[in-house]
Design a protein around this ligand. Structure first.
Ligand code: GRF
Length: 195
């Protein structure tokens, strides 16, 4: 039987999560969201998940011991039996124990064309470097920071006069197109048995 269950992990605004949810609702993405887990109770994305009537759980990370936190996270995720775990602005680095619990099943989106500009403030890094093209990348999470195998990228032109805000906004539009398409690619491949 196909498993098309998505677990979403977020910490903030949640616009990528909402874009995935909308793609499912439109029928563009054949998947279901089995849970939304936030490490921040006030995260806007967490509120949206509740509005949508999705299973939403907060696992607060503030002050938590990393190992214990990640163990709880893995236990929780296993309970939901997700095909894929989608990091959507989840502002925590996952320990190797989490990555190893779900090999090739954790996806992340990053607002730059990896391997350029990994880590925080990717759009600012791109502007400071003076690149003429940036974009976004959906990739499998591995044990490094923004280093796993790339699934899909979309390019965005850097315009004269762009600042961090304007460039981030145009990249974000492309993120909202890229993430669900990447999820569809991976789910189709997994469910066809090609892993
Ligand atoms: C996005 O820019 C994403 O690429 C990065 O974090 C941001 C999350 O935005 N990983 P949102 O919470 O999905 O609106």
């Amino acid at each position: 039987m196909d498993n098309r269950r998505l677990a979403i992990l977020l910490s903030g605004r949640g616009s990528n999560f909402v874009a995935i949810h909308e793609a499912i609702r439109r029928g563009d993405l054949n998947a279901t969201i089995c849970c939304v887990i936030s490490n921040v109770a006030e995260a806007a994305g967490f509120g949206r998940a509740r509005e949508f009537g999705l299973k939403a759980e907060c696992l607060p990370s503030k002050g938590a011991d990393r190992e214990a936190y990640d163990r709880r996270l893995v236990e929780k995720l296993i309970k939901y039996d997700p095909a894929l775990i989608c990091l959507a602005g989840f502002m925590r680095i996952l320990s190797p124990a989490v990555i190893r619990a779900f090999p090739k099943r954790i996806l992340n989106i990053h607002p730059a064309l990896l391997p350029s500009f990994p880590g925080l403030h990717a759009q600012r890094q791109a502007l400071e470097h003076g690149v003429k093209v940036s974009g976004c990348t959906v990739h499998f999470a591995d044990e490094g920071v923004d280093t796993g195998p790339i699934i899909l990228q979309r390019a965005v032109e850097v315009r004269e006069g762009d600042d961090e805000e304007t460039l981030s906004a145009r990249i974000l539009e492309q993120e909202h197109q890229a993430y669900w398409r990447a999820i569809a690619l991976v789910l189709d491949r997994m469910n066809a048995g090609a892993g």
